[in-house]
Design a protein around this ligand. Structure first.
Ligand SMILES: [Zn+2]
Length: 58
């Protein structure tokens, strides 16, 4: 069996795609989150989270 995992871009957790109800659409892509709070944070500022952890200012 193969698992499809996506990173929760807000908190960095790996998410099993089929098990999370928390998803967002952005620029035609689907993003997955571990919790409603993470999804809401992404929705408020998607550009910030699109940069990934490396591109963020401390
Ligand atoms: Zn999360």
């Amino acid at each position: 069996m193969t698992y499809q995992k996506e990173m929760d871009r807000v908190c960095g957790m790996w998410i099993e795609k089929s098990t999370t109800p928390f998803t967002s659409q952005y620029h035609g892509e689907t993003y997955y989150f571990c919790a409603k709070e993470c999804k809401e944070q992404f929705d408020q500022n998607p550009e910030y989270y699109m940069k990934g952890f490396e591109g963020r200012k401390p």
